[in-house]
Design a protein around this ligand. Structure first.
Ligand SMILES: Cc1cc2nc3c(=O)[nH]c(=O)nc-3n(C[C@H](O)[C@H](O)[C@H](O)COP(=O)(O)OP(=O)(O)OC[C@H]3O[C@@H](n4cnc5c(N)ncnc54)[C@H](O)[C@@H]3O)c2cc1C
Length: 239
């Protein structure tokens, strides 16, 4: 029997089934306390509530799923009983690569916008702003961030496909791409001046959406502990 609620569920509104990661053995150690279940959203006791007021990912729906004494049969278990963490860890690895991809897509969009604006925007003397080295700096930083990020991500996608991807590798690429993209998006907006504030120009939307790449699929701050553990195996993390 499952009880509880999970907020921030993307597109659950349209889902036919839910994968639920629930505590099944709270007193057990580490990764052996939870189980994953797969069952239909129309199971008795499952309800969905849309969350309002979201300023990010406006094209998607976000809501919470409540579980009120939901009975799930044994054959709804995904993987093994009390081994849900293993199932989730693999899914989260893929999710973190996906989030890194989103950050790189925003980087590519910003590069396009900046390049276009800096090549066309003419000042009083009739010359384009792209001639300024400090403007060029941002365009080159975006280009380097994109090329480095894509090279790194493609290598990790191959490891993921061949089931050789370590958790910290997925965390590190997600942290790096999201952090760098959100920093560069603000720089890119400066290059484009006032027009960057306009909804139709798109940069503000990417700027807001990049916030989700920093907190979603495990917040960057929390993931840093996980990624550092492998660098200093003898040093315990603060709990
Ligand atoms: C638009 C949107 C869509 C989402 N879609 C989904 C979805 O489809 N499925 C899903 O499961 N989740 C989804 N999420 C949830 C998202 O994964 C969480 O917001 C995220 O994991 C952070 O959890 P929280 O919001 O509860 O923050 P909290 O747990 O309250 O944490 C707040 C902050 O505290 C800090 N912090 C927390 N723990 C640590 C730590 N161990 N070390 C250092 N600092 C720490 C971090 O800065 C963190 O951002 C979505 C979120 C958003 C905003």
């Amino acid at each position: 029997v499952i009880r509880g609620e999970k907020c921030w569920m993307t597109n659950a509104k349209w889902a036919s089934h839910a994968i639920v990661h629930a505590l099944t053995n709270p007193s057990a150690h580490g990764g052996h306390r939870s189980t994953c279940f797969l069952f239909p959203m129309n199971t008795k006791g499952v309800s969905y509530n849309e969350m309002g007021g979201k300023m990010v990912w406006k094209q998607s729906s976000t809501g919470s799923i409540a579980f009120e004494d939901v009975f799930v049969p044994e054959d709804a278990i995904l993987g093994k009983l009390d081994e849900g963490f293993r199932v989730m860890a693999e899914a989260l690895n893929g999710g973190r690569l996906f989030i890194a991809g989103l950050a790189l897509a925003s980087t590519a969009f910003a590069l396009d916008r900046c390049r276009g604006y800096a090549s066309e925007r003419v000042q009083f003397d009739g010359a384009v702003i792209g001639r300024f080295q400090r403007v060029q700096d941002v365009i080159l930083d975006l280009d380097i961030a994109l090329e480095e990020g894509l090279t790194w991500l493609v290598r990790l996608l191959h490891l993921y496909d061949t089931k050789k991807l370590a958790r910290e590798q997925a965390s590190k690429v997600k942290i790096a791409c999201s952090r760098r993209a959100s920093h560069l998006l603000v720089e890119a907006m400066e290059i484009c001046g006032g027009v960057a504030c306009l909804d139709e120009f798109g940069l503000m939307r990417h700027h807001n959406d990049l916030f989700v790449t920093r907190v979603g699929e495990g917040s960057n701050r929390a993931l840093k502990s996980q990624a550092t553990r492998q660098l200093m195996p003898g040093v315990p993390n603060l709990q």
